[in-house]
Design a binder for this molecule. Structure first.
Ligand code: SAH
Ligand code: SF4
Ligand code: F3S
Length: 475
């Protein structure tokens, strides 16, 4: 058997979980007949798109069990926290929220509380939950997400905390239900895990090694999405440029993009995240040639200083990054570029930080995701020493935000009075009378229009420009 077949969860196991889904459905139906109200579930998702995609899987399973969804803790029969541990503040949020549920659970003992996701892949966290959060009914990790039905069934009958965590390089799970919301754009995971071990990052420890889904499974999921009326897909992976390295049939990410580009009905393709060390000329050419691949690239550079990049184990330097960006800009002149940056990595000096500002100014990103470094247990960087004081790191962070906000506004100003193609995604969050959508370059645009237009492509003339969004009118 090939290595890949070993890591795919067997269809026997998937059928077993599906059977448990049906058992739970029967139990829920019986309860509903008695009480007259259907069971309600609430999922709180923290973290990245990968976690959002996992929550869609959980929602798919819950829906088949007969649950409807609520945002109201008081009304919930089941509350699930899908957690992230990439920075400390994400973890603190979970402890705060789950702690607060203790009182609600005391009044509503039948309510079930579960915690899952990346944070649960850390031993010290699970220990803490067992000791201090005894009102939690179930805990499962990223490698046992598909066993949620089994864990839930057990926790319905037991009073102790049911725990199902696996320390593993990870699996590939196909054919479990999924429930997406919105109906216009969808996330599609193409690979799982990460092999890069950037010295600050916890992801490889909690998500396992890189493993690619087969192109057949990915394409058939996207064809189904097109048949359901979806217009846009975002291909997900921690490092999508590594796609295919573990496949039996030789295939890389550029080859996959071409295949997705051929799916009829999908008019927009995005992908994230790309690693600068792996962004090949072939990929740049493919992006340029595929008409449905959007003019947008998220390429995290993390830091501008070569000393810091080396200590981060990023495997490229500032000059190589800038050269890649130049190639991308030359091939796709109207591309929107975004990036992730960490401020205050151990050992970073003010001179190092100036190099980060230099990259930001030279590239001219459309927007940036900026983070203050947060030490993560078990990573190499945890043991590295700081040079800068906390206050100085904070000041640098604020300076970076200021510089980027000006650039973002300038970038958006280039859209003034232009006519752009917008995929209408829904009703604007801030103004129910308006519609919202995005350009191919990922800019959010609000405009007046009929709800019937949701899911279609319209042309919008930009009338007003802000740092975060644009307003316009349909032409
Ligand atoms: N795989 C992606 C994203 C991983 S996590 C990539 O390689 O870019 C998303 C972002 O969180 C990272 O790009 C990084 O900027 C940030 N991040 C990760 N670990 C962090 C830490 N310990 N402290 C602060 N930011 C961190
Ligand atoms: Fe973390 Fe680096 Fe992997 Fe991204 S590439 S998930 S930053 S280890
Ligand atoms: Fe967080 Fe896990 Fe994503 S740690 S950033 S939710 S892969």
């Amino acid at each position: 058997m090939s290595k890949r077949e070993d890591i795919k969860v067997s269809s026997v196991e998937i059928e077993r979980q599906k059977k448990i889904i049906q058992n739970i459905k029967q139990r829920n139906n019986m309860d509903t007949q008695k009480t007259g109200v259907s069971k309600q579930a609430m999922i709180i998702t923290l973290g990245c798109q990968q976690n959002e995609n996992d929550s869609e899987r959980l929602r798919g399973m819950l829906k088949e069990m007969g649950y409807t969804f609520t945002q109201d803790t008081q009304k919930s029969d089941l509350i699930l926290y899908n957690t992230c541990c990439v920075r400390e503040n994400a973890e603190l949020k979970v402890f705060g929220n789950v702690g607060a549920l203790k009182h609600i659970k005391a009044k509503k003992p039948h309510m079930l509380i579960g915690i899952c996701g990346c944070m649960m892949q850390q031993e010290h966290i699970v220990k803490q939950i067992k000791q201090k959060y005894k009102h939690v009914d179930m805990v499962f990790g990223t490698h046992t997400l598909h066993k949620f039905p089994e864990v839930l069934e057990k926790s319905m009958d037991e009073t102790y905390t049911v725990i199902d965590i696996l320390d593993s390089d990870g699996y590939i799970v196909e054919d479990m239900p999924i429930h997406r919301e919105g109906g216009v754009k969808a996330w599609v995971s193409i690979m799982y895990g990460c092999n890069n071990f950037c010295s600050y990052c916890i992801v490889p420890y909690v998500r396992g090694r890189e493993r690619s889904r087969s192109p057949e499974d990915i394409i058939s999921e996207i064809i189904e999405l097109a048949e359901e009326g979806y217009k846009e897909v975002t291909l997900l992976g921690q490092n999508v440029n590594s796609y295919g390295k573990d496949l039996k049939v030789p295939m890389d990410f550029a080859d996959l993009l071409k295949k997705v580009n051929d799916v009829r009905g999908i008019s927009r393709i995005r992908f994230m995240t790309s690693h600068p060390k792996d962004i090949s000329d072939k990929l740049i050419n493919t992006m340029q040639q595929c008409e449905n691949v959007c003019e947008q690239l998220h390429l995290p550079f993390q830091a501008g200083s070569n000393n810091v990049l080396a200590a981060m184990n990023r495997k490229y330097n500032k000059e190589e990054y800038l050269t890649r960006i130049e190639k991308v800009k030359a091939a796709i002149p109207d591309i929107a570029l975004t990036s992730d940056v960490i401020v205050g990595f151990p050992g970073e000096t003010n001179e190092d930080f100036a190099e980060t500002l230099d990259v930001v100014e030279k590239v001219g990103f459309d927007s940036l995701f900026t983070f203050v470094y947060s030490p993560r247990k078990g990573t190499p960087a945890e043991k590295m020493e700081d040079v800068l004081e906390k206050e100085q790191k904070q000041a640098n962070f604020q300076q970076l935000l200021g510089v980027q906000n000006n650039i973002s506004l300038q970038k958006n100003q280039q859209y003034q009075r232009k006519i752009v193609e917008v995929l209408v995604e829904g009703v604007s969050k801030n103004n129910a009378a308006m519609l919202t959508g995005r350009t191919r370059t990922g800019k959010i645009i609000n405009f007046m229009g009929d709800k019937e237009l949701i899911g279609t492509l319209v042309n919008v003339e930009i009338a007003e420009v802000q740092t975060w969004s644009l307003n316009g009118k349909i032409v």
